[in-house]
Design a protein around this ligand. Structure first.
Ligand code: B12
Ligand code: SF4
Length: 616
């Protein structure tokens, strides 16, 4: 490859609208990389499609294209890479998605830089100019022998994180096409987060160590935006080191840097009276807080290290100090059901959180939670367009995908209702009223574009219900046969109670347990033949820790001639509790009312009592 003179960086826009679609802020990464390239005497430009469209002429004249990919922008990133490669321009990709999916990304690009990109990008340029070897560049993934060569994909190991953030230049936003004084200036003063929430990819990407720029450096960066009315500290957690944060804020005040500011913080910043007073005095306009949930079990599952009382207290203190709060919620943990989601929304309203986002738990690449869900086979799709927190992309545990999607839409609707917009107007808080009205409008647009998605989720359940109904004897089934003595007593209690609440009758299916195990299927078939004309549905113990056979196969193999009535193998979670989604489907064979099925499930679950685990 000849000498490289010009490198164009692109941050693609997601095609599906998300709650932030109207907010035009580039991530600092691509801007920082471009600043470094400029310092190294390369010609460079950044296109952030959220701000302005790409000027295709600039692409045509580039020697190398760099593309930054989040998961929800992976598809447009891959499409852009394909276009560039067709033009014969080499492509390097970086960003969170490419970092955790380098194998996939290499299917679309020549190089992938994993994790922090500053040093690897400069080293890649050296290698392309023949001054070093690809094999010697940590964090790089590449094709050995070139993309069309014979070799395979090589993933070099990563280097340690850069400890001193002052080593990097201040990002020059002037390099971003279309960026001007009216755009939001974002400043990242730290990298990494000492917490380790199970759904979040920040620690895997940037580490648990909290690395930060010096106070002098942060103040120098703020000074650059003296003419701006507002700045956004885009740190994942701006106030981890309270002493440092206070010192920065004191200097912001003493130097007359009076612009308003926002940042992501945790609720406990309000525990420090001096810090919250300084936040107020330095013109903190609002804070973004990941409350995630008001369900204590969900907070524990997320490893959030936060409790509901503390959140309540912090809300009071923020409001007393005139700091607005944007509450961020992640709905749909294994401990969430429709009721707990509704409780979270009710409390968000009661605590008078100014604005909120109700996102759906999403298995983003690179997180501990994603690995677990993957191992359990619970990830429904890898359509990356859906990975922006607005869609159900995995199988939740105590709520069906349809209900979770519906409850999330309902949460936004309830929070951003017309009376709640008007109430802020009446209080003279025009800004919050405006934001709420904007969110409401966004929701309507999202719903219009995505109604088919909700319909499809609903249809998924109904198709299965229809299949079960059709496999049955009657259109209106009434009798459920349950093999007696085969289920552990708590599960038998559960099943009886569940069907009883749905108005079905449970008949006992007696199978002779004495005798050889191998003959069990024959004896079951015999017992079944007696019930063929009475039972509409037969519960067959399926796989689970308690099965006598301890195998994946159902315990009783039913010969084909006995295929009526419908068979239903009992799906059990690893902890021995019944699977909600499966019981919803089966319940809806008996009633069309989803809410009735949910009530039956909850009642049966509470009746089930303590779980005796397992037989083995
Ligand atoms: C500021 C921010 C925002 C802003 C602006 C974002 C924007 N323009 O996309 C707002 C608030 C609008 C936002 C919105 C969203 N965000 Co956001 N956001 C961030 C945050 C906190 C900081 C971004 C940043 O400046 N990082 C610092 C720089 C240094 O890192 P970087 O940009 O990744 O770049 C480095 C490397 O990745 C690499 N690199 C990056 N690009 C390239 C390109 C090349 C060629 C190379 C070689 C290297 C390279 O080198 C860079 C320098 O080291 C990050 C968390 C984080 N710490 O990164 C989340 C994060 C990026 N957001 C995330 C998400 C999920 C979203 C939303 C989908 C959420 C939502 N619906 O609420 C939306 C979607 C936005 C979109 N573009 O479609 C996730 C992405 C996870 C994923 N796998 O995709 C992150 C990682 C947070 C998390 N908790 O997991 N976000
Ligand atoms: S969600 Fe926030 S507090 Fe939790 S690990 Fe991610 S950045 Fe840290």
């Amino acid at each position: 490859m000849g000498p490289i003179r010009k490198i164009v960086l692109v941050e693609p826009r997601s095609e599906s609208p998300n709650i932030y679609s109207g907010i035009h802020i580039p991530r600092t990464g691509a801007v920082l990389l471009a600043t470094l390239l400029k310092q190294a005497a390369y010609e460079t430009k950044v296109f952030c499609e959220d701000i302005a469209p790409v000027d295709e002429a600039e692409i045509l004249s580039a020697d190398l294209i760099g593309i930054s990919a989040l998961t929800n922008t992976a598809r447009p990133a891959y499409e852009r890479a394909a276009k560039c490669r067709e033009l014969g321009i080499p492509v390097v990709m970086g960003g969170t998605h490419a970092t955790f999916m380098p194998e996939e990304a290499l299917g679309h690009t020549d190089f992938v830089v994993k994790g922090e990109g500053e040093a690897p990008l400069l080293e890649l340029l050296s290698a392309l100019e023949g001054r070093c070897d690809f094999a010697d560049i940590p964090n790089l993934s590449y094709w050995s022998g070139g993309r069309h060569g014979r070799g395979g994909r090589i993933h070099n190991p990563n280097r340690p994180f850069v400890p001193d953030l002052d080593a990097f230049p201040i990002p020059d936003f002037g390099l971003v096409h279309g960026w001007d004084k009216n755009c939001i200036a974002s400043i990242m003063t730290s990298r990494g987060c000492p917490y380790d929430c199970t759904f979040c990819s920040v620690t895997a990407m940037l580490g648990r160590g909290y690395r930060y720029s010096s106070e002098d450096r942060v103040i120098e960066e703020i000074r650059r935006y003296r003419e701006h009315d507002y700045i956004f500290f885009c740190d994942d957690n701006f106030a981890v080191n309270k002493k440092r944060t206070k010192s920065i804020l004191r200097r912001k005040i003493s130097e007359g840097l009076g612009m308003e500011w926002s940042a992501q913080v945790r609720a406990e910043v309000t525990d420090d009276a001096e810090l919250i007073a300084l936040m107020r005095d330095s013109n903190c306009f609002n804070v973004y807080i990941g409350f995630e949930s008001f369900n204590p079990k969900t907070l524990a599952l997320y490893n959030k290290r936060m409790d509901v009382d503390r959140i309540r207290r912090s809300m009071d203190i923020f409001h007393k100090h005139g700091v607005k709060v944007h509450g961020m919620f992640v709905l749909g943990s294994d401990a969430d059901d429709a009721e707990s989601v509704r409780t979270t929304v009710r409390l968000a309203k009661k605590l008078d959180i100014d604005t909120t986002q109700f996102m759906i738990l999403t298995p983003m690449p690179g997180t501990a939670m994603t690995r677990d869900l993957h191992a359990e086979g619970r990830i429904r799709t890898q359509d990356w367009d859906l990975f922006d927190g607005h869609y159900v992309t995995y199988e939740p545990r105590r709520i069906t995908p349809y209900e979770l999607q519906r409850e999330t839409v309902r949460a936004f609707r309830k929070f951003y209702s017309l009376p709640r917009i008007a109430s802020r107007l009446i209080r003279g808080d025009r800004w919050t009223a405006l934001l709420r009205a904007g969110a409401r409008q966004y929701l309507r647009m999202w719903y219009r574009q995505n109604k088919h998605h909700l319909d499809r989720l609903r249809e998924d359940i109904l198709t299965e219900v229809r299949r079960l109904t059709e496999a049955g004897r009657k259109k209106r089934p009434k009798y459920v046969a349950l093999p007696e003595g085969l289920l552990p007593s708590h599960l038998e209690r559960f099943v009886r109670r569940f069907f009883h609440r749905l108005g079905a009758k449970v008949i006992s299916l007696k199978i002779e347990m004495e005798g050889e195990m191998e003959d069990l299927a024959g004896r079951a078939a015999e017992a079944l033949s007696g019930l063929r004309h009475r039972a509409d549905l037969i519960i067959v113990p399926g796989s689970g820790p308690w099965t006598i056979a301890m195998s994946d196969k159902p315990l009783i193999e039913i010969p084909p001639k006995h295929s009526l009535p419908a068979l239903f193998s009992l799906p059990i979670e690893e902890d021995g509790t019944p699977n909600y989604l499966a019981f919803t489907r089966i319940g809806m064979v008996f009633t069309k009312k989803g809410a009735k099925v949910k009530r039956a499930f909850d009642a049966a679950l509470s009746d089930m009592g303590r779980i005796e685990l397992p037989l083995a």
